[in-house]
Ligand binder design. Structure first.
Ligand code: PMP
Ligand code: GLU
Length: 398
């Protein structure tokens, strides 16, 4: 079968592939502990589900305006003012089918062939392929573990060329959990201020935040840059609503209108029912978010300490999101049954075969010395999973 060269240039999302593999193994009866899926294990809060049921019963089951209903846009506007001190008009908001779709749309409306997008590495698996699909050129900036996986102003400056169209900032980050402080963002802003470069601020993990400093994005932190920032967010992670598929962008009217135009020729509106649920999520009492976050924080504390206790593993303590990204390169070179572990994919295969534990190779995020574990699973599972990893590592021969 002849397929487009466009689709041949990308790979399937590795995070989703691992989740599917775990589900298939479980269906065969294998007792796999899954650290793969990047989705909260909590159920969607009941008031949010009720809003959706009410929408169905009221017959709110037809097309809506392409870029989202006015009530959802208004809820997003209130949220951005309340949480981020940012002011927008309805014409500056567009709702899509998840933040991944928002990012895809953004790349499609912003990039011409060869336009460069700066992506700090380690990066979320989908950024490079989203850019590639729009015929853009990902430009990676390799952040250092010793710098807390944060891009320095010097690194940013070096990566900029006359083809740079945008830089993606994902704080807290998937996969590292690193979060930029207001001062760190201000120093990056100094590099960007006199350049014609857009800033895509992927704030999807905004609320899953443990740092001492407050969460800020570039638009809030450096108001002079606000007109060049596109804030991307959604309800998947904050409200345990991954399956509902609602994400949104806030930014310059021209870009938002272009996304709406594009969306009118592909998905049309995001699901009407999910939009009603998202209004409830963004507008209701937010205390359930705090409960989820304090549970995530307990798990983070446990998993970081437990991983650091394994020989050959070194784990950075994340400031947000629900991932740990331990350095496992101390294990590379060891072997099992004549097979050498020479990188993150081999180590991940070994863990699945030997310990029935699933995680994602760091290579998928642009750093082969690491693996990613999602701790969006119960503390019991985490304890059992880490015990299995420790035993499996101890069986490896140096
Ligand atoms: N950005 C990052 C960094 C993510 O980890 C995810 C997770 N899927 C997304 C965006 C997209 O989330 P969703 O499409 O579920 O809104
Ligand atoms: N973002 C989550 C992850 O990284 C969900 C899967 C995906 O869309 O990549 O695991």
């Amino acid at each position: 079968m002849r397929l487009s060269s466009r689709v041949m240039k990308i790979s399937p999302s590795e995070t989703l592939a691992i989740t599917a593999k775990v589900n298939a193994l479980r269906a065969q009866g294998r007792n796999v502990i899954g650290f793969g899926a990047g989705e909260p294990d909590f159920d969607t809060p009941v008031n949010i589900k009720r809003a959706a049921i009410k929408a169905i019963e009221a017959g709110f089951t037809k097309y809506t305006p392409v870029g989202g209903t006015d009530d959802l846009k208004d809820a997003v506007i209130v949220k951005l003012k309340r949480d981020n001190n940012l002011e927008y008009e309805r014409s500056q908001i567009v709702v899509s089918c998840g933040a991944k779709h928002t990012l895809y749309n953004l790349a499609q409306v912003l990039l011409n062939p060869g336009d460069e997008v700066i992506i700090p590495a380690p990066y979320w698996v989908s950024y490079p392929d989203i850019v590639t699909l729009a015929e853009g050129q990902p430009v990676f900036v390799n952040t250092r573990e010793d710098d807390g996986f944060k891009m320095s102003p010097q690194q940013l400056k070096k990566a900029i060329t006359n083809r740079t169209r945008a830089v993606i900032i994902n704080s807290p980050s998937n996969p590292t959990g690193a979060a930029y402080s207001p001062d760190e963002l201000r120093s990056l802003a100094k590099v960007l201020i006199d350049k014609d470069i857009l800033i895509i601020s992927d704030d999807i993990y905004e609320k899953i935040f443990y740092a001492e400093f407050p969460f800020v994005n570039m638009a809030t932190c450096v108001p002079e840059l606000k007109d060049r920032v596109i804030v991307v967010n959604g309800v998947s992670k904050t409200y345990a609503m991954t399956g509902w598929r609602i994400g949104y962008a806030a930014g310059p009217e021209e870009i938002i209108a272009a996304i709406s135009k594009l969306q009118s020729q592909n998905t049309s509106n995001p699901t009407s029912i999910s939009q009603k649920a998202a209004v409830e999520a963004l507008s209701c009492d937010q205390c359930m978010v705090d409960k989820m976050v304090s549970e995530f924080q307990k798990r983070r504390d446990y998993i970081v300490a437990a991983l650091n206790d394994i020989s050959g593993v070194r784990c950075f303590s994340p400031e947000g999101a629900f991932y740990v990204f331990p350095n496992v390169s101390g294990i590379y070179g060891r072997s099992s049954k004549g097979k050498k572990i020479s990188g993150s994919p081999e180590f991940i295969d070994y863990l699945l075969d030997e310990a029935n534990v699933a995680a994602v190779p760091g290579a998928a995020f642009g750093n082969d010395n690491h693996i990613r574990l999602s701790y969006a699973t119960s503390l019991e599972n985490i304890e059992e999973g880490i015990k299995r990893i420790k035993e499996a590592v101890s069986k490896l021969l140096s």
